[in-house]
Design a protein around this ligand. Structure first.
Ligand code: SF4
Length: 253
């Protein structure tokens, strides 16, 4: 008997008749995931790759550090065995090479060949139909959706359901609500520019984890600027709640 698509199962179980608004959100996300998966299979298949292999190419290309099989498995939330098998196929296809890690002779790091680099650039592109659907949304709705998705990813990350994402809301360069009332109310100290909800990143190669990501999130959600720690205020060295603190351009959390 052919195996049922698990995503389709979710769609069927959480259809329009589902009671709660949370279930309807999940039903909507499941429909989007279904389209995404089909587009991924079609695009990867045309190039003779599986979606897992395509994703591995994109991970190797997008990582600032050298990655090995274990890091790939962690990033994709798959087993080391599955990652190892997919990497082996990519090596056989001449897209990836393995070499010894110079800092640890027993470890192996993965690098892209010239052809692998070209494939990785294609693999990193999102399905055009989905990009067009997102572009068709009014800008304000797109920003709200992204903000909501960031919250969902963060919750799932805390439950260990998804690998740690490189998100603005946990980044030491992120200053939430630093420009109140402006179209782009937040600030990224890495690029030294204001950013809005629609600019929030879920996988930024320049992200560095903040020391207090929980506090950063609370400030982001509360809608007030981040309080900068200043000696002698508030006992613990914090400025008063909600106070807008002057922002030196080169500081981070
Ligand atoms: S460095 Fe990247 S993750 Fe960090 S705030 Fe800037 S854009 Fe966001």
């Amino acid at each position: 008997m052919p195996r049922r698509d698990p995503i389709q199962d979710i769609v069927d179980r959480t259809g329009e008749s589902a009671g709660s608004d949370a279930a309807r959100v999940v039903a909507g996300l499941a429909k989007v995931a279904l389209v995404f998966r089909h587009a991924q299979w079609a695009a990867s298949g045309e190039r003779g790759l599986t979606p897992t292999q395509s994703q591995i190419l994109a991970i190797i290309a997008g990582s600032r550090e050298l990655v090995g099989v274990k890091a790939v498995a962690r990033h994709m939330a798959i087993t080391v065995g599955t990652a190892s098998e997919a990497v082996g196929a990519l090596v056989d296809k001449g897209l990836v090479t393995k070499r010894a890690d110079q800092s640890d002779g027993r470890a192996v790091v993965l690098t892209l060949t010239a052809r692998g680099t070209r494939e990785a650039a294609r693999a990193a592109a999102w399905p055009s139909a989905m990009v067009e659907a997102a572009e068709a949304m009014p800008e304000g709705e797109r920003a709200l959706l992204l903000r909501g998705l960031v919250g969902m990813v963060r919750t799932m990350q805390a439950c260990g359901m998804v690998p740690t994402a490189r998100m603005c809301v946990e980044c030491r360069y992120f200053r939430p609500n630093e420009h109140p009332g402006k179209a782009k109310p937040h600030h990224c100290r890495f690029i030294r520019a204001p950013i809005g909800d629609a600019d929030l990143r879920l996988d930024c190669a320049d992200m560095e984890r903040a020391e207090e990501p929980e506090r950063l999130w609370e400030v982001f959600v509360r809608g007030a600027p981040l309080e900068r720690e200043t000696p002698g205020q508030g006992g613990a060295g914090r400025a008063g709640p909600g106070r807008v603190i002057p922002r030196p351009e080169d500081e981070s959390v």
